[in-house]
Ligand binder design. Structure first.
Ligand code: AMP
Length: 121
């Protein structure tokens, strides 16, 4: 499977469609999910063209991988949901059909602002 340059997050990164931006650096972009499942629901994505976490771990540079991991904590701090500042949150990424992935550009969901509940429903 090759990367689809017309997926919705690729269009957001190219600023072809708007988003509610939270954070950006050289490697990572973050914005609010358009259909929030919890009080706070953010997305954190790489700027590079990666389909999912497996693709990212295979092809991304160590710098990109470190930047993504650190950006998740940074976004959680910005949103006030980190353990340091708030009461905690959940990070989740879906891969492929069985994982329930809809948008074929790697993204981490951050859920917080309330008790998130069951691990899987
Ligand atoms: P997934 O099922 O893990 O692929 O999640 C895709 C997520 O992208 C869903 O939570 C959608 O609500 C979200 N989404 C789809 N289109 C947009 C958009 N234009 N802006 C922000 N979030 C979006």
């Amino acid at each position: 499977m090759s990367y689809d340059k017309n997926n919705i997050f690729a269009k957001i990164l190219r600023k072809e469609i708007p988003c509610n931006k939270i954070f950006e650096n050289e490697y990572v972009f973050s914005f609010y999910d358009i259909n929030p499942q919890k009080k706070i629901h953010a997305l954190v994505i790489p700027k590079g063209e990666y389909i999912n976490l497996d693709d990212f771990n295979q092809r991304a540079s160590n710098q990109e991988i470190v930047a993504m991991s650190k950006a998740i904590s940074e976004v959680a701090n910005i949103l006030g949901i980190s353990i340091e500042i708030g009461k905690g949150y959940r990070v989740l990424t879906n891969l492929g059909e069985h994982g329930g992935q809809e948008v074929p550009h790697l993204h981490f969901h951050l859920f917080g602002g309330e008790i998130i509940g069951k691990m899987v429903e």
